[in-house]
Design a protein around this ligand. Structure first.
Ligand code: COA
Length: 359
């Protein structure tokens, strides 16, 4: 068995492996947004025999991300470079033979050589990664029934050509806009960006980075904002709170699936409670329209989260649980530092992190 980085010749066999291992239509399109992907894809390859080509039987991908670390001396902000692990698979006929464990070890070696401080991943099967040094961290999740009294449905931009808007009570100067590219109205299941590429993503990035400055928050690149993020949110909906001059005061990303609406992301300017309220009302109206009856909010315990959940959820039957799908592993940094970072994720100063930044 050969463990090495992938080459262009491996790609058909790699995609066949992923098709057998995952039901994830976005996996390949998101992977292909990364120009350096093959150099950071470890494959286990069974050499071909005669007419048989080489066969990729296991894969592990890693990609560098910037993460906010624990505050430094005097409270100064720090960042770490982490290798996000994704696309971990082995072919059904070779599972249980340690191939993924070896591919993970090869990825760690390369991440170390590339100067990664730590590695981060999201998984439903932590048992695959624990023996290789990753440890779980927990983040709070609030769930409950939607408040039934709806507000005005948010307007939308896109198909009709005219941006729509709905004025929200309690935020006289803000209107909430539902950002949708024209093709979002397609009846057929499609893979398309959640919002138009002409959306001023820089405004979202500025809001995101100012709002989420606590440990374990990802710092996205321009490339991520322009390509990866809208693609990853294909099934989600973006709401922006606009000031009268059209500038963006805040945004919220929600995804409705059956009876549940999941708030994927939120950012507003400092202490802008009215923007949170306006976005939450619009999200609730949209969710009710989509047929949702429950909401799930996976955001840190910060005051804005309380404002959001109070508008979105009924006062009764709320439940706070933990999501433990995230895992961290030290690479070049000391284990004690990464342990402290993991411990910070469930505390009041926890940062926001979003699996889509890594998968
Ligand atoms: C999960 C998967 C990658 C495991 O591959 P594999 O080749 O069987 O893994 P390995 O043989 O290298 O096993 C590595 C470790 O993971 C553990 N493991 C394997 N599958 C597991 C599972 N489903 N749940 C928990 N632990 C698991 C093994 O016990 C082993 O631990 P050990 O070294 O202490 O014995 C493979 O089953 C797969 O491709 N599944 C479908 C895609 C998927 O779920 N990918 C992971 C997404 S996060």
């Amino acid at each position: 068995m050969d463990f090495r980085t992938a080459t262009p010749a491996d790609v058909p066999s790699l995609y066949t492996l992923w098709a057998a291992a995952f039901d994830a239509p976005l996996m390949v399109p998101v992977y292909e947004t990364d120009a350096d992907r093959l150099d950071r894809t470890i494959v286990a390859v069974l050499p071909g025999t005669g007419a048989e080509p080489d066969r990729v039987v296991a894969s592990v991908c890693w990609s560098p991300r910037t993460l906010v670390g624990l505050p430094g001396p005097g409270g100064a902000a720090t960042t770490l470079t982490v290798g996000g692990i994704a696309n971990v698979a082995s072919a059904p006929d070779v599972r249980g033979r340690g191939l993924v464990r070896l591919a993970l070890a090869a990825a760690v070696e390369r991440m170390e050589a590339a100067g990664m401080d730590a590695s981060l991943l999201f998984t439903g099967t932590p048992g695959v990664y624990r023996p290789s040094g990753w440890e779980t961290f927990e983040v709070p999740v609030v769930t409950g029934p939607l408040r039934p009294d709806g507000a005005a449905r948010p307007g939308h931009s896109g198909a009709a050509g005219q941006p729509g808007s709905a004025r929200q009570p309690g935020s006289a100067r803000l209107v909430v806009r539902h950002e949708r590219p024209a093709h979002a109205a397609s009846a057929a299941p499609t893979t398309f960006p959640a919002w138009s590429t002409d959306l001023p993503w820089q405004d979202l990035a500025t809001l995101h980075d100012a709002f989420h400055d606590a440990p374990v928050t990802t710092r996205r690149t321009a490339e991520h904002w322009q390509h990866r993020v809208p693609l990853w949110y294909s099934a989600a909906e973006l709401l922006t709170a606009r000031r009268p001059d059209g500038t963006i005061a805040g945004y919220l990303v929600a995804e409705s699936e059956g009876e549940v609406v999941r708030v994927r992301e939120l950012a507003v300017g400092p202490d802008d409670t009215s923007a949170v309220e306006a976005l939450a009302r619009a999200a609730r109206a949209l969710a009710l329209e989509r047929g949702a009856t429950r909401a799930e909010v996976r955001l840190p315990h910060i005051p804005a989260t309380t404002v959001l959940t109070d508008v979105l959820l009924a006062a009764e039957d709320r439940e706070t649980t933990s999501d433990a799908t995230g895992m961290l592993r030290p690479v070049r940094r000391a284990a004690a530092e990464i342990d402290a970072l993991r411990a910070a994720t469930s505390g009041p100063a926890a940062g926001f992190h979003w699996p889509g930044d890594y998968l």
